[in-house]
Design a protein around this ligand. Structure first.
Ligand SMILES: [Zn+2]
Length: 138
């Protein structure tokens, strides 16, 4: 695990916590390594590969919140936030591509279409982030 991964997780963990203040998350634990969601929050580290899947719901809630709003503008310098946002989007993109592939393989085309839409959406976000437009007003 390199420094990038660590700060990525720490960032996620911070967001997760802020989301949690709004919506109570039940205490989930990873079936594989036994780490609880509370422990993950405390350390900011995942116990194993399966943890990401186990804590997927609260993490994806957190991800949704940063896609939608700029909750972290005050806490993280704009440049940093964009950098992490980009990392998170890219990671989500990778994850959704895997899910898409699985859905296609399982011939669940309705699901596949959903993932394809998510991927398109994420890709647009990346493209938007790479342009030099500083503000989006909609
Ligand atoms: Zn685990």
């Amino acid at each position: 695990m390199d420094d990038n991964t660590k700060s990525f997780l720490q960032y996620i963990f911070e967001i997760v916590e802020s989301v949690e203040r709004r919506a109570q998350t039940p205490n989930i634990s990873c079936a594989n390594c036994g780490i609880t969601y509370a422990e993950f929050k405390k350390s900011g580290k995942l116990g194993c590969q399966n943890c990401y899947t186990a804590f997927r719901t609260p993490i994806s809630q957190a991800l949704k919140s940063i896609h939608g709003t700029n909750v972290y503008k005050g806490k993280i310098p704009q440049g940093q936030a964009d950098k992490y946002k980009d990392m998170i989007i890219k990671r989500e993109l990778t994850e959704n591509r895997v899910l898409l592939k699985k859905a296609v393989e399982a011939e669940e085309f309705e699901q596949a279409a959903k993932y394809r839409d998510i991927i398109n959406d994420l890709q647009e976000k990346i493209n938007a982030g790479q342009s030099t437009q500083p503000s989006e007003q909609r």
